[in-house]
Design a protein around this ligand. Sequence first.
Ligand code: ATP
Ligand code: MG
Length: 337
Amino acid sequence: MSKNKLLEFYEELDESSNDETESLPKRLSQKRESKKQVADARLFVRAQEISREFKFTYKAARFEEAWLLDSLVEIAQHQWISDVLRKVKGGKEASVYLCKSGTAVDASLVAVKVYRPRSLRNLKNDQQYRVGRVDLDADGNALVKSGDVHAIQKRTNYGEGLRHQSWIAYEFRTLETLYDVGVDVPKPYAMEKNSILMGYVGDLESAAPALVSISLNPDEAQRLYERVVYNIDLMLKHNCIHGDLSAYNILYWNGDITLIDFPQVVLPESNPSSWNIFLRDVTRTCQYFSVQGVNCDGRKLAADLWTSHGHKIVKELDPKYLDAELPEDRQVWEKQK
Ligand SMILES: Nc1ncnc2c1ncn2[C@@H]1O[C@H](COP(=O)(O)OP(=O)(O)OP(=O)(O)O)[C@@H](O)[C@H]1O
Ligand SMILES: [Mg+2]
């Protein structure tokens, strides 16, 4: 496959094509490119074989179809899904599709989040979230082989694959844990390769919108705010900070909320930035509810929740977490300069 074809492939995967596609030619060395060509040729051959058995309604672009077939074949073979109906949304890291369930699922519709191939994932700075986390394998178990751990540290090509897998496994494992303890998250069904199958929020016509695109009446705003706080508290009780919480990652459907998007989950005890990340989650979420007329103080709420679970508030000198508007943050910042 030529470089142009490859770019076409990436662009088709994400119609809202962002700057990563533009920077791709620079990022791909000659050697990596030819390796990719071989891998992509293999993907096409395999997709052709799969498509004899598994066909879906969603009319994907040619390259996206190959990628989807390859990603979803096991999930279909296990009767988790019987059809892909449409794309719900292409996100920064993954695309989410609405699927008709297979016989192994207790709901008629399911959502599948298919992570993009590693090379074109919009790598959000995952390092800060990974601190203190043990990497997980494709089954969600801790990676223990020293060769694997070494490969991840050394960032070899193989190690990057493991790291990507671990990122996905964290999302699935977190959904399992949180669903079991009653946090409002989609029901997790399966993880295969680069895909996570979970409960779908919405109906056949439309998927649930994110809170950010909804205006609430005052009573509902207050009720949902309290529900979100309940969820944040419950997550903290189970050693989990979302890490990217805001009104963008909270879905709204029939008067209820559902929290989504968990790969960057942070452990409060073992990540030195955990307080700052937690504070950011809470203040961002409160920003939305303040606009909806709820009387809330994100900083105070974060501090109350944090200390009620026995955690200490530690000031970290990372400018990323400092708020220029706050005098105490400004002081820290000035001192550090
Ligand atoms: N279970 C679900 N049911 C319905 N829609 C969903 C579900 N999960 C995700 N979505 C939709 O897909 C979008 C992308 O999902 P998610 O946030 O998990 O992925 P992402 O790649 O991290 O996206 P982003 O970069 O936009 O945060 C969500 O904003 C939401 O609109
Ligand atoms: Mg998201």
